[in-house]
Design a protein around this ligand. Structure first.
Ligand SMILES: NCc1[nH]cc(CCC(=O)O)c1CC(=O)O
Length: 323
């Protein structure tokens, strides 16, 4: 084999969480980069994050400022690893000094999925019985489903995908809500019973895409990871992340989005909801895809004018109280 570039070969260290989903995602990145740059060696270094360790507390109460990312970031800052692979939706919109989002990969279906207990195989969201127990740990999913289906009961569920599916199968829930992308990546797409349409539930910011984070000054690493960037996904996710950042929705709040790009025009739809799903603001903004971040900021301002600030303020107080 002849080298494809004159760059000296090096060992590139990739930081990853240890969960099955994280490893599938990281190994995909490793494999793609190894193909693009056969002269280098890409190795995976796994770490546990706070989010992997604290499993008995509702996510909304811990707050999610870097819950699944902080230890990986420390690894890069201490030069123990060169970049980290995240589910983009777990990556806070404000990164620690010295680190940047260097690459956004092509997105899978960003929607949420309904996964039902086997006794409800013939049911859909709108035919599940009154009082059906729906498992989710996401305030976004909770608020939007409550808004449309106030007759369900909602119960927190934590743990990795396998743990959550086991809790469902054991009968603790009638149905649970999970990301389509996670199930597909783990080869469990057959558990998807219904893809929840955007008019019922908007997805999380960055859902379905991977974000690769690296040191801001490391131009060599930045050049490598850019090979995996998918520009359309990146523009959509930059709009979504700017929207979330502008709303200061960094801690877990019911904020959902949807994006599309058609003929170079990016349309961002976003919503902010109260926890009970009763107060709800939703709007859309379109513009040139190159102005993705401005579109996100513009939509955040519009929703604030429509009452989002009061809703977010109220949730902040409720979550602190633990209600
Ligand atoms: N913190 C949970 C998490 N982070 C990323 C995914 C799914 C994959 C993705 O959205 O990229 C999930 C599981 C879920 O929401 O069901």
């Amino acid at each position: 084999m002849s080298p494809t570039t004159s760059a000296p070969s090096r060992t590139v260290r990739i930081g990853s969480r240890k969960s099955q989903l994280a490893l599938v995602q990281t190994h995909w990145v490793q494999e793609q980069l190894q193909k693009h740059f056969p002269e280098h060696t890409f190795e995976v270094h796994t770490m546990s994050t706070q989010g992997d360790i604290i499993l008995d507390v509702a996510l909304a109460k811990i707050g999610d400022k870097g819950l699944f990312t902080k230890e990986l970031e420390t690894g890069m800052i201490n030069n123990e690893t060169d970049f980290a692979v995240h589910s983009l939706k777990d990556l806070p919109t404000n990164l620690p000094e010295g680190l940047i989002l260097g690459c956004v990969t092509e997105r899978e279906n960003p929607a949420d999925a309904l996964v039902v207990h086997s006794k409800h195989k013939d049911k859909q969201l709108d035919t599940l019985p009154e009082g059906a127990v729906i498992g989710t740990s996401s305030l976004r999913r909770l608020a939007q489903l409550r808004h449309h289906f106030p007759h369900f009961e909602f119960k927190d569920i934590r743990g990795n995908l396998n743990t959550r599916l086991a809790k469902l199968d054991e009968g603790g829930y009638d149905a649970i809500i999970l990301a389509v992308a996670g199930l597909e990546r783990l080869g469990m797409g057959d558990r998807i019973h219904q893809i929840i349409p955007a008019d019922i539930s908007l997805h999380a910011v960055g859902q379905g895409a991977l974000g690769i984070e690296c040191r801001a000054g490391d131009t060599e690493i930045m050049a490598l990871i850019k090979a995996l960037e998918h520009s359309e996904t990146a523009q959509r996710c930059y709009a979504e992340r700017a929207f979330l950042r502008e709303l200061e929705g960094g801690c877990q709040v019911p904020i959902g989005v949807n994006t599309k790009i058609e003929n170079g025009q990016l349309t961002l739809t976003g919503m902010v909801s109260s926890l009970d799903g009763k107060r709800f603001v939703k709007d859309s903004v379109s513009g040139a895809a190159e102005t993705a971040e401005m579109i996100g900021i513009d939509l955040a301002h519009r929703l604030r004018q429509q009452g989002a600030s009061e809703i977010l303020e109220e949730i902040f107080v409720q979550v602190q109280r633990g209600s």
